[in-house]
Design a protein around this ligand. Sequence first.
Ligand SMILES: [Zn+2]
Length: 110
Amino acid sequence: MTIKELQPERIEQISSDVFLIDWNDGHQSMYFLKELRAKCPCATCRDKKISFTEMNPLRVLNENPNDFELSSWENVGRYAIALKWTDGHDTGIYTYEYLRELCQCDECTG
Ligand SMILES: [Zn+2]
């Protein structure tokens, strides 16, 4: 199976801070919501990260990453998932390939 055929079979938030994806290759990915948000691929978040670290690294601490919660998510075509957060942020499009890179399960991180 190539990465192009990778599809999620089940997407579920199983607790207040953990998000799960069952993939069609049998792998189960686990994500902490604050990690997912920290890795948001949208242009706004990428710019923010760069300017924070360049101009004032301490400001990152004020972002309070523990407060982020998912309000909903939806499939984008057959290649990505858009995550919408309770603070209104909804421009992060996470491709399946990117999500697999971010997988925080024991197998992928260990
Ligand atoms: Zn973002």
